[in-house]
Write a protein that binds this ligand. Structure first.
Ligand code: NDP
Length: 342
């Protein structure tokens, strides 16, 4: 009998790639989505008899996952990806911290109560839960799977950027604390990606504005010569590798109780601009900026991310920057072209 996996937040950018990996490997997937409209859309996209959905309107609501676990007692794996990833809020506590932390706790409480067959739980955490902001921009710092973001609640509510980073930190901490306090039978692992690039799984999901991390590339493709290049930098990893890591997290015994720090390399918006200008002559409006400055900024202003332990557990090569960015940009261009021909 096929192994049944429950996956929360299945409409998301990363989660859709996880669904694909799971279906490709013949898992049965129960996707949680926020409405039946979103669920029906997902079923149409995947067109697979092994995919079904349950509605969880808001992961932050008490008991949010109880019905899902009650209805799927034969599930053995639970993957929790649902969490807000945006910076559009005036109320960090309500819109970012609460859904991240309470959503994670609600999932674990439901598993503890009703998921008697759940053996493994994988939570999509983040590099944001690993790196303290000031260390991530210290070229002398070396950051690895053992580190924790030291952000406080006071710092968290200062602005949505800190708020998002704190939401991932507090949620992941809550998960490890929960497992310890309840002496849970299931085994927890987390996947902690840096900024996630790469194409949307389906061309039809390429809209004018994309999910937060993909928008970092999309925004470059829309720049006009007089525009300033946004200033942004950090670690990055391809979505297809992040999706595969979610399966490694529960399939490979070496990943048990581990945090998989998913990072392929480092970028600045200028390094994306340089690549776009080199590979995509049709995007001739993208301003030239200061070619090569991105690479220097990476060397001079970003910490070393040491994820050698994770790479050993993964056992596969990570997609490189050129391919990840080029595949993302090519998809955006193709979709724009196809829309203009309608
Ligand atoms: P998306 O915004 O594409 O996906 C987020 C998903 O979570 C969506 O399905 C969304 O549903 C759902 N969701 C958000 N809030 C709630 C809520 N209150 N109740 C129910 N569902 C909710 O983002 P990504 O795919 O990029 O992110 C997925 C996960 O990966 C998140 O946990 C994020 O923190 C983490 N992550 C992402 C990184 C990245 O660079 N992309 C880097 C590191 C970690 P809906 O769309 O219907 O609102």
């Amino acid at each position: 009998m096929a192994t049944k996996v429950i996956l929360s937040g299945a409409t998301g950018f990363i989660a859709q790639h996880v669904v694909k990996e799971l279906l490709d490997k013949d898992y049965k997937v129960v996707a949680t989505v926020r409405s039946s409209g979103k669920g029906d859309h997902l079923l149409k996209l995947f067109n697979s008899p092994n995919l079904s959905y349950e509605v969880v309107e808001d992961v932050a609501q008490a008991g949010a996952f109880d019905k899902v676990l009650q209805n799927n007692q034969d599930a053995t794996i639970f993957i929790h990806t649902a969490s807000p990833f945006h910076f559009k809020t005036d109320d960090v506590a309500k819109d970012l911290l609460e859904p991240a932390v309470e959503g994670t706790k609600n999932a674990l409480k439901a598993i503890e109560k009703y998921g008697k067959n759940i053996q493994k739980v994988v939570i999509t955490s983040s590099y944001a839960a690993i790196a303290t902001a000031k260390d991530s921009v210290d070229p002398k710092a070396v950051i690895n799977e053992k580190d924790w973001n030291q952000i406080t609640r006071e710092e968290a509510i200062a602005n949505p950027f800190h708020g998002y980073r704190a939401s991932k930190t507090f949620a992941e901490k809550a998960a490890w604390d929960f497992v310890k306090e309840h002496e849970s039978k299931f085994i927890l692992s987390t996947v902690n990606p840096t900024f996630v690039f790469g194409p949307q799984l389906f061309d039809s999901e390429v809209k004018e504005n994309l999910n937060t991390s993909s928008e970092a590339i999309n925004v470059i493709t829309k720049l006009q010569p007089e525009d300033a290049i946004p200033s942004f930098k950090g670690g990055w990893v391809d979505v297809r590798d992040v999706a595969k890591a979610h399966l490694v997290a529960f399939e490979n015994p070496k990943a048990e109780h581990q945090r998989l720090l998913m990072n392929s390399g480092k970028f600045t918006e200028q390094s994306i601009v340089d690549l776009v200008r080199e590979k995509f002559p049709e995007l001739k409006n993208v301003p030239i900026g200061n070619p090569g400055a991105g690479l220097r900024a990476i060397e001079e202003t970003l910490a070393t991310i040491d994820n050698s332990k994770t790479k050993e557990i993964l056992g596969f090569e990570l997609i490189d920057f050129e391919k990840s960015v080029a595949d993302s940009v090519q998809q955006i261009i193709d979709v724009r072209k196809s829309k203009s021909q309608l």
